[in-house]
Design a protein around this ligand. Structure first.
Ligand SMILES: Cc1cc2nc3c(=O)[nH]c(=O)nc-3n(C[C@H](O)[C@H](O)[C@H](O)COP(=O)(O)OP(=O)(O)OC[C@H]3O[C@@H](n4cnc5c(N)ncnc54)[C@H](O)[C@@H]3O)c2cc1C
Length: 429
């Protein structure tokens, strides 16, 4: 190991989870984040039990997560006729040793940020520092090339460089100069939040409609004890036939709900009123459902990709943020075994790149929402008795296959030893 700290490009969920993990195992690190000010951006995300386990091991427990989200109790798919296709318990109710949390992305991100400042210190995060590339040095160290908010540039030298700079990663572009442009399959999403009464179990994740025209709805707060209202996260999705357009509409553009509410105008049942839910929001964020084709490797000597920079994926499996956290922990475990060395990055790459790249492609094929596609193909989304469309056994087998591939099969996770044993520290060389 060189005497330099580990450099982390990007202070999103993956970058901050990496910083907290490295600090826990005694490895100095510095995060370079492009934005000048951290703000609580985004709406709902899910933290799967495999990621919640890692957060608990990082000392971010139920008390902290309950302030910014709510444990999920159920995952359900509902057809265009408002009838249930499939439902299963989630988190503790499903037998996991750890809950699944639905949280506000921005508040979760800020909670991680505060933890980094408290545990490592404010010098651990350099804001207004965009990493534009890297240089491998002859002494085995690596330099991150940095562009500051005022336009000036500088280099920072590190023992290793972890690229957690998101889907538009500059480091990935340098590592894989021939990677194809961002992939867009034609789906547009509008995301918003509305204060409303939670439905079904009170903490249910609901996928409603078909794979080309659907709503995803779940609460991201406990209900207010007086009003009974919770903050409900919703994602309205429509797949267009055109393969063009997302570049023109931009990424995470704020739009009025009238832009898309007409797609869901008649989605009303006695248990759910989608037009009212959409109308109750102040506005929505429009963004295209995009990902990237997998690359054959996430490591180049002293540099490794992590989080969306490694595996930007469709949100159909609700596992983008969870996987970024797991990446950070697997990287930490590799350093415990191999030291702060390129060999640790190679071990991390060998363990995750293949299987998680397969999850990226699986999510493209609708991920767990694939059941909605099957119902759509077989009966146009409308049915009397779901068992006549897809037998219960076939539905259960489909879901079990997805969970095993994404790393949150219940028995597999419960019996897996801690990724980072309690108190483990990287040996000083
Ligand atoms: C503003 C924002 C809002 C989001 N909202 C949602 C949401 O509502 N729902 C959802 O499912 N997912 C959302 N996501 C994506 C989700 O957070 C990620 O898919 C997931 O958490 C993986 O995290 P990540 O750390 O790999 O990437 P990200 O969370 O995207 O973080 C990447 C970080 O790197 C920084 N960065 C980018 N380029 C550079 C660079 N060259 N140098 C230095 N820093 C750089 C970015 O500012 C960002 O802080 C959002 C992401 C962002 C950035």
């Amino acid at each position: 190991m060189t005497d330099h700290p580990v450099l982390i490009a990007g202070g999103g969920i993956g970058g901050l989870a990496t910083a907290l993990t490295l600090h826990q195992i005694g490895v100095p690190c510095v995060v370079f984040e492009a934005v000048r000010e951290m703000r609580p951006l985004g709406v709902g995300i899910n933290l799967q039990p495999n990621a919640v386990r890692e957060l608990y091991d990082l000392g971010i427990g139920a008390e902290a997560l309950d302030r910014i989200g709510v444990p999920a109790k159920e995952w359900a798919l509902v057809g265009l006729n408002g009838r249930e296709i499939y439902a299963e318990p989630r988190g503790l109710d499903a037998g996991y040793h750890w809950p699944q949390y639905a949280v506000h992305r921005g508040q979760f991100h800020m909670a991680l940020y505060r933890q980094v400042i408290e545990r490592i210190g404010p010098q651990a995060i350099r804001l207004g520092c965009r990493v534009t590339g890297y240089r491998k040095n002859s002494d085995g160290s690596v330099s991150a090339l940095i562009e500051h908010a005022d336009g000036t540039t500088s280099d920072a030298r590190g023992s290793l460089l972890v690229a957690a700079d998101g889907i538009h990663s500059a480091i990935r572009a340098q590592m894989h100069p021939n990677q194809p442009p961002i992939h867009w399959g034609g789906a547009l999403m509008w995301r918003g939040t509305t204060w409303a009464k939670p439905i079904r179990t009170g903490s249910s994740f609901i996928g409603l409609g078909t794979h080309r025209h659907r709503m995803v709805i779940y609460p991201i707060s406990h209900p207010d004890p007086v009003t009974g209202l919770a903050l409900i996260n919703w994602i309205a999705e429509v797949t267009l036939d055109s393969a063009e357009g997302w570049q023109q509409t931009g990424w995470f553009r704020q739009v009025p709900t009238a832009d898309f509410a007409h797609h869901f105008a008649d989605w009303k049942w006695d248990w759910l009123d989608v037009p009212a839910l959409i109308a109750g929001a102040d506005g929505a964020f429009e963004n295209p459902m995009i990902d990237r084709d997998p690359v054959p490797s996430w490591a180049d000597g002293p540099v490794a990709l992590l989080g969306d920079a490694a595996h930007a994926m469709y949100p159909t499996g609700s596992n983008g943020a969870s996987q970024a956290i797991v990446d950070a922990r697997v990287l930490g475990a590799a350093m415990l075994q191999h030291g702060v060395t390129p060999a640790a990055l190679a071990a991390y790459d060998a363990k995750l790149c293949g299987p998680i790249s397969a999850v990226v492609l699986r999510n493209r094929g609708a991920g767990p929402f694939g059941l909605l596609a099957m119902v759509d193909e077989r009966c146009g989304g409308r049915f009397e008795n779901i068992d006549e469309v897809i037998p219960a056994q076939e539905r259960a087998a489909f879901m079990a296959g997805y969970k095993a591939a994404a790393g949150f099969a219940v028995e597999q996770l419960n019996k897996a030893p801690a990724t980072i044993p309690k108190g483990a520290r990287v040996a000083k060389s």
